[in-house]
Design a protein. Sequence first.
Length: 273
Amino acid sequence: MGTLPEKITSLQNPRVKQLVKLRDRRPRDEAGVFLVEGYRQIRRALEKNISLTDLYFSPEWYLGENEPALIAQAEAAGAKLFELTKEAFAKVAYRERPDGLLAVAPQWRRSLTDLDALLAKKTSAPFLLVVEAIEKPGNLGTILRSADAAGVDALIVCDPVTDLFNPNVVRASTGVVFSVPVIIASSEEVNHWLRAKAIRSVATTPSATDLYTNTDLRGALAIVMGSEQYGLSDYWLKEADTRVVIPMAGQADSLNVAMATIITLFEAVRQRA
């Protein structure tokens, strides 16, 4: 470390109080920042050149031996360092069993115009995932992981209910929130944009009759998934080019949205290969 970091011992320290506040959306949005907790998440942020403003660490919580190297990397990239006592870190940590690393990063916004620029660099057909009004942060984070694993070009979040920068989204995504481009827009904007780009929209709904495995998922494609409680809105059920169903053999009438997303995405991956 270049200079000795400031050491924080008091639970009443203003920085400790501010970190606790950043668990809530309004203080996050007002400050334009969010929390990144955990070795893997912080490493992925640094790999994607996310400029961490502050890095808080507590050696008594470390789980391995690689933490000092990561802290040095963050400092070299411009993060200001703060060492916390075990008690102070427990106060600011979001996890029940923290690993002694917590960073603050600036929020960002991406639009459909940014997606235009991204797709302009591609030679293969666009492969997009659209989700509407996802309510649970853990589901949105898991959907991000699935999108990353399936190699989608971007995740488009329509009419968001949960905040992309919720600590549970960042945690459940295992840090791929930094590598998968996420665009936020209204359903109408997204539908008009897809039509202008000649990208076919395929909506997954229990009310459809066509099996997802019998549907052509090659070419320029956007898979559209609905909210946990209500599924897709009437707007998307009407406007989507194709509606498909995942067959259900048991008593349940629907799958968890993150699970249904994984199943549909990887059928598309299989076909596109």
